[in-house]
Each structure stands twice: as structure tokens, then as C-alpha cells.
Design a binder for this molecule. Structure first.
Ligand code: NAP
Length: 299
């Protein structure tokens, strides 16, 4: 038995939010403009509405404006047109499409239309590819948030064995790529994995990204493992993660609730202010280049 410590997602998110609030204030002072996130919900999913409300509330806390699109019935073509308009709109700094989308929408086609510099939720293949190559791009918010938690608590993953359970494009796969970029030795598990328990037993870091309540048992964990639970499920109306409470086995772990969830939202805010700042930098570079060009041709 070991003494387990909690990785406090609320504390990490508060720290991130404070930094965002200061940066938003400085941005508004410098440019006289607001920072704006466009949020899009398609369909009538109750959970999606709750998540977007939570994100909008967090935006208000740090001074980011939201432009909300609630589209109960919509087509792939309609959504693509809206994304194209938002891509071109200089007053919109970030675009968030809440997932999952209804079955009639070609999700991937829509995500891939989001401009790289506004893809603050890291949903497009372009963002994913650049992130996986270690290039500058926004990673998906939840795995990026998990990296924020690891950084906040100075957890070095280099050379460690990490086991990511789940391989979705928004969570498991980008998570594995981010850990690999930090030199962890990564195993990705899924429904066809044989001996899940053995894979988990050998890992120094375990990430639950499954969406099955307490699928991963406490006694599957290696003693002293760092345990990160991205799952959010319910048992008898009570929120639980994908991993059984690992107290006295894990060295460090994220609780559910109060672990990964709040940091995901704070990461979205961080990405939005970063997007706004970078867009201004791009504009400045563009103007500079144009000025330089005019100077050159007039010589
Ligand atoms: P998803 O798209 O349904 O993917 C689930 C993954 O888990 C799949 O790769 C699936 O494998 C794997 N899986 C399912 N059952 C398994 C089993 N018995 N053994 C091994 N692997 C299994 O889900 P997601 O969108 O990634 O979300 C996963 C969880 O994270 C959910 O609880 C969700 O609520 C939570 N989440 C939280 C946040 C946050 O902000 N905290 C954000 C996003 C998601 P296959 O590929 O083989 O089907």
C-alpha cells in the first residue's frame, strides 16, 4: 500500500484561467478588439448542450466572447458553408464544433474545413498531422489538457511506459502521439486488445480514454503508477471514470469529477487566446511583407 496523491484538475484549470484572463485583457488593451470563440451545436444532444454551456460560462469568466450557433437540424453542406464563413471572419478567433455530431453529418469532412489557425479544439486532420509531427498546431483539447496536468505537477514521461486505453481521433490517438512526442514508450489499447490487464500492469502511466464505467480495475494497476482518467460516466447517478478509484495503488491520480474535465475547458480557453494572438502576429507579418515588397519595387 502506498500513499496516493491527487492531481487536482480544478487547481490546474484555475491557474490556466488566470493566465488566460490576463492575456485577454492585454489583447483587448493592445488591439481594442474582443477575443471571440464561435461554438456550434448540431442536433439535439442534451449532453452537448450542457458541455457547450459549461464552455461558454468559462469563456465569460476570462473575458472571451462566444458566438453561439445552435442548429437542431442541419446538413453537411450547410455546416461546411458556416465554417467557411467563420474561417473568413476576422472577428472570430476560434471555432469549436461540439461532438458527437448527428449521424447525417459527415463529421470528418466538416472538421477538416476548419482553418488551421482557428481550430482551437484540434479536430482537423491537418491539426492532428502537424501535432503528431511535433509541429506547431492545436492538439485536441482533452489530451492537451492532460499534458498540462503532467506539466503542472512536473511529471516527466520520458522513457516511461505509458498505456493509453482508447483510440478515438479526439482522445486516445492524439494522447498517444503527445506522449510519444515527449519520449514515452506508448501502447495503445482498444476493443481488440488481448490481455488488457497485462498491458496495464506493465505501465508506469495509465490513461483511461474508454467511456466505460470503471472498466479498468484497481488491481490491474502497477503499484506507484500515475493514473489519468479522462472518462466521464455514471453509476447510479454518480459520476465515475473509466478506472476504479486507484487510492493506495497509484502514486498520483486524477479524480472524477475534478480531474481532466475542468482542464479540458481551460485548455480550450488557452488555445483561443493563443489563436487570437497568433492571428495578430500573422497580420503583422503580412503587413510587414507587403510594406517590404512595396519598398523593394519602388527602389
Ligand atoms: P469513443 O470514441 O467511444 O472511443 C472509445 C475507445 O475506447 C475506442 O477506441 C474503443 O475501442 C475503446 N474501448 C471501448 N471499450 C473497450 C474495452 N472494453 N476495452 C478496451 N478498449 C475499449 O470515446 P471518446 O470520445 O474517446 O471518449 C472516451 C471517454 O472520455 C468518455 O467517457 C468521454 O465521456 C470521455 N471524454 C472526456 C472528455 C473530458 O473533457 N473530460 C472529453 C472527451 C471525452 P475501439 O476503437 O476498438 O472501438
Amino acid at each position: 500500500m502506498i500513499e496516493s496523491k491527487i492531481l487536482d484538475g480544478k487547481l490546474v484549470s484555475k491557474t490556466l484561467e488566470t493566465a488566460v484572463r490576463n492575456r485577454v485583457y492585454e489583447y483587448e488593451e493592445a488591439y481594442g478588439e474582443e477575443v471571440t470563440l464561435a461554438t456550434i451545436i448540431v442536433g439535439n444532444d442534451k449532453a452537448s448542450k450542457t458541455y457547450v454551456n459549461m464552455k461558454s460560462k468559462a469563456c465569460r469568466r476570462v473575458g472571451i466572447y462566444t458566438r453561439e450557433y445552435f442548429l437542431p437540424q442541419f446538413t453537411t453542406e450547410g455546416l461546411i458553408s458556416l465554417i467557411e464563413v467563420l474561417n473568413e471572419d476576422p472577428s472570430v478567433n476560434g471555432i469549436l464544433i461540439q461532438h458527437p455530431l448527428p449521424k447525417n453529418i459527415d463529421e470528418k469532412k466538416c472538421f477538416d474545413k476548419i482553418a488551421l489557425e482557428k481550430d482551437v479544439d484540434g479536430l482537423s486532420s491537418h491539426s492532428f498531422g502537424k501535432m503528431a509531427f511535433g509541429e506547431e498546431a492545436f492538439g485536441a483539447a482533452t489530451p492537451t489538457g492532460i499534458m498540462h496536468i503532467l506539466d503542472f505537477y512536473h511529471i516527466d514521461v520520458s522513457g516511461k511506459k505509458a498505456c493509453v486505453v482508447g483510440r478515438s481521433p479526439i482522445l486516445g490517438k492524439p494522447m498517444a502521439a503527445m506522449l510519444l512526442n515527449r519520449n514515452a514508450t506508448v501502447t495503445i489499447c482498444h476493443t481488440k486488445t488481448q490481455n488488457l490487464e497485462d498491458e496495464i500492469k506493465s505501465a508506469d502511466i495509465v490513461i483511461g480514454a474508454v467511456g466505460k464505467p470503471e472498466l479498468i480495475k484497481k488491481d490491474w494497476l502497477k503499484e506507484g503508477a500515475v493514473v489519468i482518467d479522462a472518462g466521464y460516466n455514471y453509476i447510479n447517478g454518480k459520476p465515475v471514470g473509466d478506472i476504479e478509484n486507484p487510492t493506495s495503488v497509484a502514486s498520483l491520480y486524477t479524480p472524477v469529477p475534478g480531474g481532466v474535465g475542468p482542464v479540458t475547458i481551460a485548455t480550450l480557453l488557452t488555445n483561443t487566446i493563443t489563436a487570437a494572438e497568433k492571428q495578430k502576429q500573422l497580420d503583422k507579418n503580412k503587413n510587414y511583407t507587403e510594406k517590404q515588397y512595396i519598398k523593394e519595387v519602388n527602389k
